[in-house]
Design a binder for this molecule. Structure first.
Ligand code: GUN
Ligand code: ZN
Length: 431
């Protein structure tokens, strides 16, 4: 049995804060501790209280840093680690010029394995302990993605992309092979260790109706799996979706028709939605995923968080590597904050840190396991240092409240502000 007591300023959310004064939405212990036994949290609270029931534990002292649940990245592309920062005009230009070229390299297992190492190193250095990732069309990419996550004991969700038209030949499966390979991957990986499968039709532009039907059949056969795709990211993309599926009422209606929507459906971007599409998302419980660094980088548009929340739709938030420009969920909040500013909406730092931890875990239906520091959760944690750089220190000297500190972290912070990351209680960064 291994017992560890982590000391630091401990912060964990219970629900989405309503705003600046909603301190009942979280637990914060200035002199706090997290007691971890065999990778799970046994207790979290004031250090003096927690210590009373701990005997002979190894003590790790993170004071004066903050200890939070590990970050959750709800949408990113494993085969795009070498696409990130590619110059392009807009989504479709960028996909054709860079992404559809680079993803072809993932046919080779050796390449997938080499990239998987860099991918997870990058996530963990940035404090991200769970990701929901797309592979390439090749089963090898999903194999490597799952195998490396399993080796590291990470809570990962992902799948091989299904795409059978309008892309280079070398990136196409068929309705049948996409179904068969996805099914084999589900049987091999879903529920193994901390892994879950996401059925992954890339988007309506690269799937024939037969393939979307096959994806829908997989969702019906395995309702315990997630489903991830892209929707309404870019205006030209939307026009093209309407041309390809003229009988569908709108873009969301394409996925609706093939039975892809439900509480476990994750819809990347979801920017330019029409009223009927919002009704369908609200009705099915599908989760839009806000990808701010990507939306700004590709010039896609401004996500309407308040508009969706007003309809009871709690979106998730993500990097979208490599359309997104940073592995850091802190930098994702920074850009997200600015996107919402342009919409006349405000993201309070309490809401922001709830979003990348508990909020995203809730969107996955996984709050019992990840996203908080409650007893019983797996000890996936991040340790944050608001004085990680001289410039941050200069600013931090004028800070008085937790909200100010969190805001500094999300605006100026990145991997340098991550002092340590824990997966099931095991340290991931060399310090
Ligand atoms: N739509 C379809 N595929 C992709 C992708 O790889 N990245 C982004 N940002 N949008 C997409
Ligand atoms: Zn994407």
């Amino acid at each position: 049995m291994s017992e560890t007591l982590f000391l630091g300023r401990v912060l964990s959310f219970h629900r989405r804060p309503e705003g600046a004064h909603d301190e009942a939405a979280f637990t914060y212990h200035e002199a706090g501790a997290v007691h971890v036994r065999d990778g799970r949290i046994v207790a979290m609270g004031d250090a003096d209280d927690v210590r009373k029931s701990v005997y002979g534990a190894h003590v790790v002292d993170h004071r004066p840093h903050l200890i939070l649940p590990g970050f959750i990245d709800m949408h990113l592309h494993f085969p795009q680690v070498q696409v990130l920062a590619s110059w392009g005009k807009d989504l479709l230009d960028w996909l054709n010029k860079y992404t559809f070229v680079e993803e072809q390299r993932f046919a080779e297992m050796a390449h997938c394995e080499a990239m998987a190492t860099g991918f997870y190193d990058g996530l963990l250095r940035n404090g991200t302990t769970t990701g929901v990732a797309y592979g390439s069309v090749h089963a090898t990419s999903a194999e490597a993605m799952f195998a490396e996550a399993e080796r590291r004991g990470m809570r990962m969700i992902g799948g091989k992309v299904m795409m059978d038209c309008h892309a280079p030949e070398a990136l196409l499966d068929t309705a049948q092979t996409g179904y068969d390979e996805s099914l084999a991957l589900i049987e091999r990986w879903h529920g193994k260790g901390r892994l879950s499968y996401a059925i992954t039709p890339r988007f309506a532009l690269t799937s024939t109706p037969e393939q979307l039907e096959a994806a829908g059949a997989l969702c019906a056969l395995h309702p315990e799996c997630y489903m991830q795709t892209h929707v309404s990211e870019n205006l030209t993309e939307i026009e093209r979706a309407r041309e390809l599926y003229p009988d569908a009422p709108d873009y969301v209606g394409i996925y609706e028709r093939y039975g892809l929507l439900g509480a476990r459906a994750l819809l990347g971007h979801a920017i330019h939605l029409e009223p009927r599409e919002i009704d369908v998302i609200a009705g099915t419980g599908a989760k839009p995923v806000f990808c701010p660094t990507s939306n700004l980088f590709l010039g896609s548009g401004l996500y309407d968080d308040a508009g969706l929340r007003a309809r009871g739709i709690q979106g998730a938030i993500a990097t979208d590597i490599g359309g997104g420009t940073s592995y850091s969920m802190l930098q994702t909040l920074n850009e997200g904050y600015k996107v919402l500013q342009l919409r006349g909406q405000q993201m309070h730092p309490y809401q922001a840190f709830d979003w990348i931890t508990r909020g995203n875990a809730e969107a996955l239906g996984l709050v019992q396991e990840i996203g908080t520091l409650k007893a019983g959760s797996v000890a996936d944690m991040v340790v944050l240092d608001a004085r990680a750089t001289p410039e941050m220190t200069l600013r931090a000297d004028r800070i008085e409240t937790l909200a100010e500190e969190l805001f500094l972290l999300m605006i100026m912070g990145d991997d340098r502000a991550v002092a340590q990351t824990y997966v099931a209680g095991a340290a991931q960064k060399d310090v």
